[in-house]
Design a protein around this ligand. Structure first.
Ligand code: FE
Ligand code: FE
Length: 165
């Protein structure tokens, strides 16, 4: 599809995020299964539920635009999750506290990538006068930002001190 205007770019970026979220939904259960710290598990599990809601929000937006959600593969997220897989492969070979610390690094890279993408589409929705979309995308952006802070908190107060011990 040729890209002619800001709306086309908006749809393209939304599809990129949709693909990213779908990939995250596959990766998160593996990350949860590999994590040892109960708080980390709990936070990741909660974010799994949030991620399903984020996909629902994107679906609402695609419905409203009358376009398909699929047709784009987010290679950036694929790369981040391949690196995450490399961490998961160390399971059983490194101390669990270190694995947790590494998982948090990986999860925070994912969050920052999402924050960048959602920031762009939220701004595009605003410029295009799509206020309902802007509201939905801002909700997701807030969740991603919150998750990043939550992960920093768990790392600082629980996982990193244990990894250093
Ligand atoms: Fe997300
Ligand atoms: Fe996220």
């Amino acid at each position: 599809m040729p890209m002619m205007n800001l709306r086309d770019l908006y749809v393209d970026q939304l599809r990129d995020l949709y693909s990213a979220e779908q990939q995250i939904l596959v990766a998160l259960p593996k990350m949860i299964a590999a994590s040892s710290n109960p708080q980390l598990r709990e936070k990741l599990t909660k974010h799994q539920t949030e991620t399903r809601h984020q996909v629902d929000r994107l679906m609402q937006i695609f419905d409203d635009l009358g376009v398909e959600a699929t047709g784009h593969h987010c290679r950036g997220m694929e790369g981040l999750l391949i690196e995450g897989e490399e961490i998961l492969e160390r399971r059983g070979r490194i101390p669990p506290e270190l694995l947790d610390a590494a998982l948090i690094c990986s999860a925070q890279r994912v969050e920052h990538y999402e924050i960048a993408g959602y920031g762009c589409v939220r701004t595009f929705a605003d410029l295009l006068g799509l206020d309902a979309h802007k509201k939905l995308l801002q909700e997701t952006l807030d969740e991603e930002g919150h998750e990043d802070h939550v992960l920093t908190d768990v790392a600082k107060h629980k996982v990193n001190p244990e990894a250093r011990a």
